[in-house]
Design a protein around this ligand. Structure first.
Ligand SMILES: Nc1ncnc2c1ncn2[C@@H]1O[C@H](COP(=O)(O)OP(=O)(O)OP(=O)(O)O)[C@@H](O)[C@H]1O
Ligand SMILES: [Mg+2]
Length: 412
């Protein structure tokens, strides 16, 4: 990518008539493009070859090169390149002090050559680059730039390369996302399995505790001194049971029923339930339901739970009030059609160090206020079960956006 851009940028300079002051930078540009050992301008003056601008040749070495220029064999060879108007090259490996394997001579004007020392022969592209660098000699307007069609070809190549690079980058990104999802899925699967076992063991005893406490309370005189204690037992046992239920949901042991459904309807149902809560928490809502959305194959209850979890999290993130936006839409991505659900809030946001952990089971920053840290992991489990994706963007103190992508059709 880079080399070709620089190659073309040399062209731009040329076309804008700006090359005069770029003699040395031309040597640099072309050298970097072709990884040469050194490069130099050489010109003939009074039957002697002189050294002009040089690149990567320290002062001491310049004398070696000067000596080489005026060595009779080299002088004839360079004269040939100049009069023939064609590049030539010469094997010099082993020659004292030149530190390269081959030297190329590219005619730059009726008087000038560009000499290039390389560790291994220049390939065709390398030679074209140097021909180009030589052909923009400033004091020789007679030297024609490479044909327009060559320029066209070059630009075409650059465009193609840019396109390939973009495609490659998109694939790399998709691959990374897929890897991240896999890791997340593996983590959740391990915890899920363990959670399912524990939840199963706890479910029955908790149901017994709740049931018998309720019975005991029914029989207890209204003014009994242990009533408050038993109320507390009941409250906590119910809380524990709800955690267990969510764990069981998380491990997806509950039966799922998939039907074609209108996401807008599901969202409406949930918003009806949370309307009151929004009002009392001083949160303004903006609901933008996409028109005539295609129906999507889902388990309605599970998706309802996804919406509830996201809306609840948004509300908890705005204890002082704020604004919640709930949006549905039909979108395309990865050549597929999706239904998206976006829940955006203007709440406290999620610090970067937490962002990677929010989908982990039991990760919560609201432990003291009854958070179990299961909402998002359940959500994640449900969405991936539907072959969907969930994305989050958040900035501390300015809010968070969760987007759920549910696929409409099978992989093409
Ligand atoms: N919209 C949001 N804004 C800010 N932080 C959020 C938001 N959604 C989730 N979080 C963070 O992610 C954590 C995990 O969320 P999750 O829904 O899994 O659990 P919870 O809300 O803490 O508890 P639970 O949902 O079980 O009641 C939260 O504790 C909170 O720190
Ligand atoms: Mg939650």
């Amino acid at each position: 990518m880079e080399p070709n851009c620089a190659y073309v940028s040399m062209w731009v300079l040329y076309n804008q008539g700006m090359v005069q002051s770029y003699k040395l930078s031309r040597l640099k540009d072309a050298s970097q493009l072709t990884e040469v050992c050194w490069a130099a301008f050489a010109f003939r003056e009074a039957d002697e070859w002189q050294l002009g601008d040089t690149y990567r040749i320290p002062k001491a070495k310049q004398t070696v090169l000067r000596r080489f220029l005026n060595d009779s064999q080299a002088a004839v060879w360079m004269g040939g390149a100049l009069s023939g108007g064609r590049p030539r090259s010469m094997l010099v490996s082993g020659k004292d002090g030149l530190d390269c394997y081959r030297v190329y001579a590219f005619p730059a004007s009726p008087m000038h050559l560009i000499l290039v020392g390389v560790k291994s022969s220049l390939d065709v592209t390398g030679q074209r680059i140097w021909k180009l660098a030589a052909s923009v000699e400033n004091d020789s307007p007679a030297v024609l730039p490479p044909a327009t069609e060559e320029l066209g070809l070059l630009q075409q190549t650059v465009l193609e390369l840019q396109q390939t690079q973009q495609e490659l980058q998109a694939r790399i990104n998709a691959q990374r996302e897929a890897e991240a999802r896999l890791i997340q899925a593996a983590k959740l699967a391990a915890v899920g399995e363990m959670a399912a076992g524990v939840a199963h063991e706890l479910n029955n005893p908790l149901t017994t505790v709740v049931g018998f406490t309720e019975l005991a309370l029914e029989d207890l005189p209204i003014d009994s001194p242990v009533r408050a204690d038993l109320d507390l037992v009941l409250k906590e046992a119910r809380r524990a049971r709800s955690v267990v239920r969510r764990l069981l949901d998380f491990s997806r042991q509950a039966e799922t029923v998939r039907v074609k459904a209108d996401l807008n309807e599901i969202v409406d149902d949930v918003l009806m339930l949370t309307k009151h809560l929004m009002h009392t928490s001083n949160v303004q809502s903006e609901i933008r339901l996409g028109e005539s959305l295609s129906w999507v194959l889902v388990d309605r209850n599970q998706i309802k739970q996804v919406v509830i979890n996201l809306v609840n999290n948004a509300l908890y993130a705005m204890p002082e009030g704020g604004r919640i936006v709930v949006e549905t839409a039909e979108q395309q991505r990865y050549s597929r059609n999706w239904i998206t659900l976006t829940v955006r809030d203007t709440g406290v946001g999620i610090p970067p160090e937490n962002l990677e952990r929010i989908f982990e089971p039991f990760f919560t920053t609201r432990g003291d206020r009854g958070g179990t840290g299961l909402g998002l992991s359940v959500t994640y489990g449900i969405v991936t079960d539907h072959q969907g994706m969930i994305e989050v963007e958040s900035k501390t103190n300015s809010g968070s956006t969760f987007i759920v992508w549910l696929p409409l059709d099978k992989v093409p």
